[in-house]
Write a protein that binds this ligand. Structure first.
Ligand code: PLP
Length: 428
């Protein structure tokens, strides 16, 4: 190990605390220290290269160190890194808000509230929803519907929606009322009184990420929109993972021609370069916050609409156009699907392949079809083994997630799949 790596690892173990991490296990081994990126590749502090198979926690779109995004950030840095959005406008935020609304040509999402990450984009939608109901004569609508095993972030509001017990159960008593549905059929079991108390339904459209890449049935989102319209319930779409091309269209909801009442996005909004988020909503909702100090939305963060983040987001949208990113996806999606299907035919431990655009989950089970005992950490061990073959990714339980930057080319898709298969063979 190089002396610099040793020093970074030692400092990490002495002082750092990582997200969603069992620190006792973390400190048993030596973490990989990532120092550089280039396209879909990441390099560690020892000089080894890996495909960024989960797009740096589902954020990266056009690859690392893309000249257009880098230059846009540097250009903005030469003007100013940050200015307050409380009481002031900034050029990049103004431009970006217009571009984001323009991604919905029907004009129905016309207002943008910026924040910092996926959790705050959702947090903001929830608070807007609650206050909207109070200010429009429906204060009894205080409850939310969400889906089993959903994940919407970790701030208290977003966590209250969360459907993964091991993450959220201990915090439930501090949150607000949320009813979790198994699927769209669950709506039928709701009685009128409960529906009348419901403010909004929150869903990850087309596919749930943290729920081991659970793909919703075709048409489900449209049905949900129609149900919401029938019952005066708002639809909040969490496009934090699915937004910006990940499922094959700019936003997942566009595949079912659904316009939500709130659309939350983050992660890929800057191409994966800077923390930034946006909550988009309709003019009629915005207007409920006008007409007096007591009606204003008292919410915000110091770095709201950070100009560097907005500059990166504008550049990322430019790259979408320049490189025709969306037009190139169908072929990549097909190749990824074909390779994973072939891999499943060769490997008796692959129980299922689930895919939605460039989001894929490969679920490992025993050859009998039984899940592996939790303590075997099969998913984690496979990802660790795949590193030796030049792939970085993470599992959700025993489902290995593949969600590379959208710029990945066909050769790299093949390399990524080969590395995963090698990791499976080494482990099982
Ligand atoms: N919503 C969804 C669907 C997510 O996948 C995530 C993160 O993985 C979040 C919200 C939270 O985003 P962040 O980690 O940026 O707060």
């Amino acid at each position: 190990m190089k002396p610099s790596t040793r020093a970074w690892v030692a400092a990490d173990k002495a002082h750092c605390w990582h997200p969603f991490t069992r620190q006792d296990q973390w400190c048993d081994g030596d973490p990989l220290v990532l120092v550089e990126g280039d396209g879909v590749w990441l390099t560690d502090s020892e000089g080894r290269r890996y495909i960024d198979g989960n797009a740096s926690i589902w954020t990266n779109i056009h690859g690392h160190r893309h000249p257009v995004i880098n230059e846009a950030i540097v250009r903005q840095l030469e003007q100013v890194a940050h200015t307050s959005y409380l009481g002031f406008a900034n050029p990049r935020a103004s431009e970006l808000a217009g571009r984001l609304c323009g991604l919905f040509p029907s004009g129905e999402l016309s207002r943008v509230f910026f924040s910092d990450d996926g959790s705050t984009a959702v947090e903001c939608a929830i608070k807007m929803e609650i206050q909207f109901r109070m200010q429009t004569g429906a204060p009894e609508r205080t409850e939310f519907l969400a889906f089993d095993q959903c994940y919407h972030g970790d701030t208290m509001g977003a966590a209250s929606l969360g459907g993964v017990s091991s993450f959220f159960e201990r915090f439930r008593q501090f949150g607000f009322p949320v009813h979790h549905l198994q699927g769209i059929e669950g709506l039928e079991a709701l009685d009128e009184a409960q529906i009348a108390r419901t403010a909004a339904v929150v869903i990850e459209p087309l596919v749930q990420g943290v729920n081991q890449i659970h793909v919703w049935p075709n048409g489900m989102l449209r049905q949900l929109r129609e149900w919401c319209d029938r019952h005066g319930v708002h639809l909040i779409l969490d496009e934090v993972m699915t937004g910006f091309g990940r499922t094959g269209s700019m936003f997942a909801c566009q595949q079912e021609e659904v316009i939500p009442d709130f659309l939350c996005c983050a992660k890929g909004i800057t191409g994966g370069y800077m923390p930034l988020a946006a909550t988009l909503t309709r003019e009629a909702i915005y207007e409920a916050f006008l007409g007096g100090a007591e009606r204003a939305f008292y919410y915000g963060h110091s770095y709201t609409a950070n100009p560097l983040g907005c500059a990166a987001a504008l550049a990322s949208l430019d790259v979408f156009e320049q490189e025709q990113t969306l037009a190139q996806l169908p072929e990549k999606v097909r190749l990824l699907g074909d390779l994973l299907t072939e891999m499943q035919q060769r490997c008796s431990n692959i129980h299922a392949v689930r895919q939605c655009g460039m989001v894929a989950g490969v679920e490992l089970r025993q050859a009998s079809g039984e899940p592996f005992p939790y303590t075997r950490r099969v998913g984690a061990n496979i990802c660790e083994a795949a590193r030796e073959h030049g792939l970085l990714t993470r599992p959700v339980l025993d489902t290995v997630v593949l969600m590379p930057p959208l710029c990945i080319d066909s050769e790299e898709i093949k390399q990524m799949c080969l590395a995963l298969e090698a990791g499976i063979s080494d482990t099982l």
